[in-house]
Write a protein that binds this ligand. Structure first.
Ligand SMILES: Nc1nc2c(ncn2[C@@H]2O[C@H](COP(=O)(O)OP(=O)(O)OP(=O)(O)O)[C@@H](O)[C@H]2O)c(=O)[nH]1
Ligand SMILES: O=C(O)[C@H](O)COP(=O)(O)O
Length: 216
């Protein structure tokens, strides 16, 4: 099984946080979250390789430094297209399964990812929705084209419907560490309130989680 992480161009990423984070902080936050995703996946049993799909050269170099395979994205056209393109590019590898993981999950852990990998040995489609059961944060497909990725608004119900329509065995996993993504300022506040260490802004992320390693 390979994992795929889609990463936007840093200057475009996390735009919904523009009201509360400066461009530099948003950029730092984007790389911090991306690094957490890649490192967690590298340490996940059952994941042989991590692939990052991006249109951005700086992100590509960053991902390579972390040991990820980089897949080129011609045009940034959203998460669903990025995953679909990655799966198409990986076709020659004849993978049995792929694990699609958003790059903006602050609590992401190998332990939680291993629960998904394990479930994907028993189900064609494993869906990990966000905490509102609106979007999808992680999707495992066996085989990789079991259903077409349909990330975007309300993707959880659409992934579920796609699995049913394709008569794929499927399950939903609610995992706190994967259900929490950072989209809007309220998510940062939620993270702060959850934190045992009350500090403002980015340090919250660093304090709440294990010590961050420095990006090369
Ligand atoms: N390669 C690629 N990755 C994307 C694209 N759009 C979003 N992503 C990534 O998909 C994951 C989830 O993205 P979103 O929750 O929409 O985050 P975002 O697009 O940075 O946030 P906003 O700018 O606020 O909409 C993150 O890892 C993003 O970097 C895209 O067009 N191409
Ligand atoms: O399917 C999804 O959940 C989207 O790719 C991401 O949605 P978000 O921007 O609400 O996280």
């Amino acid at each position: 099984m390979w994992a795929i992480v889609p990463l936007k161009s840093p200057h475009l990423a996390k735009s919904r946080l523009a009201a509360v984070l400066s461009p530099d902080d948003r950029r730092a936050y984007f790389f911090e979250l991306a690094q957490r995703a890649i490192n967690a996946l590298k340490a996940t049993r059952g994941v042989e390789r991590v692939a990052v799909i991006t249109a951005d050269e700086e992100v590509a170099a960053f991902a390579r430094r972390l040991g990820a395979r980089v897949l080129q994205e011609a045009v940034e056209a959203g998460t669903a297209q990025a995953f679909a393109s990655a799966i198409e590019q990986l076709r020659p590898h004849a993978l049995r399964r792929v694990l699609m993981v958003a790059g903006d999950l602050p609590l992401v852990s190998s332990r939680a990812l291993e629960v998904v990998v394990d479930a994907s040995t028993r189900h064609d489609v494993v869906i990990v929705p966000d905490r509102f059961r609106a979007g999808t944060n992680v999707l495992a497909c066996s085989p990789p084209d079991a259903i077409a990725p349909c990330f975007g608004p309300d993707s959880y119900s659409r992934h579920l419907a796609a699995a049913r329509a394709a008569k794929r065995t499927h399950c939903t996993l609610s995992l706190d560490e994967l259900a929490f993504d950072i989209d809007v300022p309220a998510d940062l506040e939620h993270l702060r309130l959850q934190s045992r260490v009350a500090v403002e802004g980015l340090p919250v992320l660093r304090a709440r989680l294990e010590p961050a390693t420095t990006a090369a």
